[in-house]
Design a binder for this molecule. Structure first.
Ligand SMILES: Nc1ncnc2c1ncn2[C@@H]1O[C@H](COP(=O)(O)OP(=O)(O)OP(=O)(O)O)[C@@H](O)[C@H]1O
Length: 753
């Protein structure tokens, strides 16, 4: 072994636990480890003993609860340490690659992350192709077998020829010849180039080729020495036997730290052996019971802390470094790699493409075709006693026989007020009125008895019933002629009682309004024909042209601003959260951070990618809304576009927040869905804020899309601009939300390790 007296990695008193309270799991328990520079260090141990945790603390992806780690002369994560960064090559246990990239693009991605030029990467690719027997370079990673993917993952860790290689089970699933080639290569680079390698493997015997073996169990190193020393000391033929002996003397692992069966680092000796059963229980997947049941007391096999390690740990030792590309070049490389990767990934993912391009068009299309139209095809019951008195069953029959119902002016004198007296004949006004009702909205079904018509409404088959009395025409006309001279019961005889089914508020209200509007039109026509002032028949209230909006406002136009904003907000949230959690679950996020990408750079690349995609989504949605469905906008279109864009960016920040708060896509979906309903219900999209209680209104005003919805409505329907507080407040609150969410993400990312 050519250690040169310097430790590339030095771990002292490392403690790490997962969970808290009664569920706490101590994974590293005052662990010491020394990895000499220019050597291969084989870290061996049963599944779940903490190897990956130790390695992730070494590369700076997790923070120790106690103790210290020194890597290449610095503390991981400290400025200037170069760790994480290009000095390390890290191959995690999971494949941690992008399925949508080809093998060549994958290696380019990692090469760019490490600040390499395309030529340098090309040379390394040719070399690695031979060394690792890589699959065809133009093949997509997702189409490779598990073993091929692992080889590409290994190549990605080697592409920049790092000083320190940290390999978490690199040889799993590879054929023995390739495994040997890899070990030969590791031996060569440690010997000739003075590189350092830490490798974990489940093939214990292949670790014989390492210079140092660390045997790990229950969060501690049972031994740390060269394979030859270990085999000699325990008189064993295999490392597996050595491990079995050491484990058997450490005892069961499920006991607390105070348990006498645990290793005592300070004393340097172990108590008498524990039972063989406990050994089997605790380490079933690695241990092979040899049946000899060692009971000797064994010294804890650890290398003494050498001088260089001690000085490194004290912080005074200056580790030899090699130049890394300047920060600006690294930044450019990182951003280039992250952007190319993100765009290629999305453009090659059919589902994502559909989500980006078809969803907004579909959603806006569905909204405007489904919402705001007048109901059609309703049934309206009619009981017309004056028609039956004339022995007819419906108005069509009357018209066929006598011509159009209504009023006809026959000339003559006028009274003092100018009203025609006796010279305007009226006939079958019930039918004249019924002809004013919109036949597309409701078709009329005639009944002889009111009870029968009501029964049909009670069964839910008709929207309501209109009843005309036997002398309706006479009494309605009498109102015109005699006005206040009529007795109240005589006035009633000229009235049309109506029974409505109001269980469906929208249908009932729209039908009611339609009947009233029809009556106004009928009355106006009736009076005009009789040369009377049509206003006499109207209520003495006149609505002039509205100050803002249309005379008959469409519900879809009212809801459109809120719908477009919440849609863009949640589409962006969903896409951002899904992409980020998927990357994290695949291990790509961690791997990129170990390569030196900072959380800020990663967020910046995501902001650019998601911003472009969100821009496309927002553009499509706005085109659908204004050009296809012709939603009116009297304000400045630039303000509309900016507000939609800012809301989308806030949705993206919420997506970041969801992704750092949730571990899985499923829990992210729950969180997004859980926030979707309160936001859409309270943002004034469905019901105006003025209709809510004061407390609820204040809560609603704090939500990210409420004030922006009001602002957008003010721009579109009132034509107000950014100078009005009612408009800029929406921009302001949405921007504040974005800032708060992104700050929370950075805090979570900083402290959750
Ligand atoms: N993020 C986490 N939260 C809670 N527990 C965890 C977490 N990561 C790992 N563990 C637990 O910590 C223990 C050690 O895990 P670790 O992955 O370090 O083991 P390992 O030795 O690498 O195992 P293997 O050889 O199977 O990869 C395991 O019991 C595991 O379940």
């Amino acid at each position: 072994m050519e250690a040169g007296g310097v430790d590339a990695v030095c771990v002292r008193g490392a403690c790490k636990a997962y969970g808290s309270g009664r569920r706490v799991l101590n994974v590293l328990d005052k662990l010491d480890m020394s990895v000499p520079k220019g050597s291969i260090y084989g870290l061996l141990g049963a599944s779940g003993c903490g190897k990956t945790t130790l390695l992730s603390c070494t590369v700076g992806r997790r923070r120790l609860d106690g103790g210290e780690v020194w890597v290449l002369g610095g503390r991981p994560g400290e400025p200037g340490s170069g760790v994480p960064g290009p000095r390390i090559g890290y191959m995690p246990q999971e494949v941690a690659l992008v399925g949508e990239l080809t093998v060549r693009e994958t290696l380019l991605y990692f090469g760019w992350l490490f600040g390499m030029s395309d030529e340098q990467i090309g040379e390394r690719i040719s070399f690695l192709q031979q060394l690792l027997d890589l699959p065809p370079l133009n093949k997509f990673v997702k189409l490779l077998s598990g073993g091929q993917q692992r080889r590409v993952s290994f190549a990605a860790a080697l592409v920049h020829d790092p000083e320190l290689l940290i390999l978490d089970e690199p040889t799993v699933g590879l054929d023995p010849i390739l495994r040997q080639a890899i070990w030969d290569y590791l031996v060569t680079i440690t010997r000739d180039d003075h590189k350092t390698v830490i490798i974990t493997t489940h093939y214990i015997e292949e670790a014989r080729q390492a210079h140092t073996i660390g045997l790990m169990r229950a969060g501690r190193l049972l031994a740390e020495d060269s394979p030859a020393q270990l085999l000699g000391r325990y008189g064993s033929a295999t490392l597996e036997d050595v491990f079995l002996i050491l484990s058997s003397n450490q005892g069961p692992v499920d006991q607390g730290p105070e348990d006498p069966g645990m290793v005592d680092h300070g004393a340097g000796s172990l108590p008498m052996a524990s039972s063989k059963e406990a050994l089997h229980q605790s380490n079933g997947d690695v241990m092979v019971a040899n049946g000899n049941g060692h009971t000797d007391s064994l010294a804890l096999q650890r290398l003494p802390v050498n001088a260089s390690a001690a000085t490194a740990a004290s912080g005074s030792y200056v580790y030899p470094t090699r130049p890394t590309p300047p920060m600006s070049a690294m930044f450019k490389g990182h951003i280039k790699a992250l952007l190319v990767k993100s765009f290629l990934r999305i453009l090659r993912h059919l589902g994502a493409l559909g989500f980006i391009f078809i969803f907004p068009v579909l959603e806006v299309g569905v909204f405007f075709t489904a919402i705001g139209g007048d109901p059609q095809g309703l049934q309206l019951g009619v009981v017309n006693d004056e028609l039956y008195a004339a022995n007819m069953s419906n108005c069509a029959q009357y018209r066929a026989q006598y011509g159009a119902p209504g009023s006809v002016y026959t000339g003559g004198t006028e009274d003092d007020y100018g009203a025609p007296v006796g010279n305007c004949t009226v006939r079958m006004l019930s039918c004249a009125f019924l002809e004013y009702l919109d036949p597309r909205m409701a078709y009329q079904v005639f009944y002889e008895k009111r009870e029968d018509a009501l029964e049909v409404t009670r069964k839910g088959h008709s929207i309501g019933v209109l009843h005309f009395g036997p002398n309706f025409t006479e009494w309605l006309d009498a109102r015109r002629r005699y006005g206040s001279e009529l007795a109240p019961e005589e006035v009633d005889l000229g009235e049309i009682p109506i029974w409505m089914d109001m269980s469906n508020r929208q249908l009932g209200t729209i039908m009611t309004k339609s009947i009233i509007d029809s009556y106004h039109a009928f009355s106006k026509d009736l009076l005009s024909r009789c040369h009377a002032n049509p206003k006499i028949g109207e209520i003495p209230v006149h609505f002039e042209d509205p100050v803002y909006g249309a005379e008959n406002p469409d519900f879809a136009v009212f809801a459109a601003p809120g719908i477009i904003l919440t849609m863009i907000f949640f589409l962006t949230t969903g896409l951002t959260a899904t992409v980020m959690i998927t990357e994290r679950q695949e291990g790509l996020w961690d791997r990129s951070l170990v390569a030196g990408v900072t959380a800020w750079e990663s967020l910046l690349a995501h902001v650019v990618t998601q911003g472009v995609l969100m821009g496309i989504q927002a553009g499509l949605a706005l085109i659908m809304m204004f050009l296809v469905f012709k939603v009116p906008c009297v304000g400045y279109m630039g303000d509309v576009v900016s507000l939609v864009f800012i809301t989308g960016m806030t949705g993206m920040c919420f997506g970041f927040f969801v992704s750092v708060s949730c571990q899985t896509v499923t829990s992210a979906n729950f969180m997004s869905l859980g926030s979707f309903y309160p936001i859409i219900l309270l943002s004034g999209v469905i019901w105006p804020l003025e209709g809510m209680s004061t407390i609820l209104r204040w809560i609603a005003l704090c939500l990210p899309t409420t004030l922006s919805t009001t602002s957008l409505r003010n721009i579109m329907l009132r034509g107000w601009g950014l100078s009005k507080p009612e408009v800029y407040i929406g921009f302001l609150v949405t921007g504040i939300w974005a800032a708060v969410l992104i700050t929370m993400c950075m805090i979570i990312l900083k402290y959750r390790k």
